[in-house]
Design a binder for this molecule. Structure first.
Ligand code: ZN
Ligand code: ZN
Length: 129
């Protein structure tokens, strides 16, 4: 018997990478996956998912914002080793992620596909698009 969510979605990503760490439940927007896969292809380096889908309990536990797109399967936090976080931001903008959180010190990006106006933020500050 295979391990739950051990399902290859693309050449680069499997479903378990997106699952909630506390309960293994998972929701994943196909649009999010398409963009993430495109990003992975273009930068040609492994993309690690720090956080994908979160259930309510998990989101609360780690201090995620209420209404986070992680709760809807529409967001991921990613890091890429030995790759400039600034370059990664530019690529993410090109791939049309509509919400991008820039976490320079912790070396990761939050990427989501929220509807409406695009935004990039750093801490509590909007830094444009
Ligand atoms: Zn959970
Ligand atoms: Zn996030």
């Amino acid at each position: 018997m295979g391990i739950i969510n051990d399902i290859e979605l693309t050449e680069y990503f499997s479903l378990y990478e997106f699952q909630c760490p506390c309960c293994k439940r998972v929701m994943l927007s196909p649009d999010l996956l398409t963009r993430l896969n495109h990003l992975r292809m273009v930068i040609n380096k492994p993309v690690y998912i720090n956080s994908g889908y979160r259930c309510k309990e998990e989101n609360h536990k780690i201090g995620g914002v209420t209404g986070s797109y992680h709760l809807k399967g529409m967001a991921v936090d990613i890091h890429v080793d030995d790759f400039s976080i600034f370059d990664l931001l530019l690529y993410a903008q090109e791939m049309d992620f509509t919400g991008i959180g820039f976490y320079e010190k912790k070396n990761f990006l939050h990427l989501d596909i929220r509807p409406g106006e695009k935004r990039v933020w750093k801490g509590s500050q909007l830094i444009g698009y």
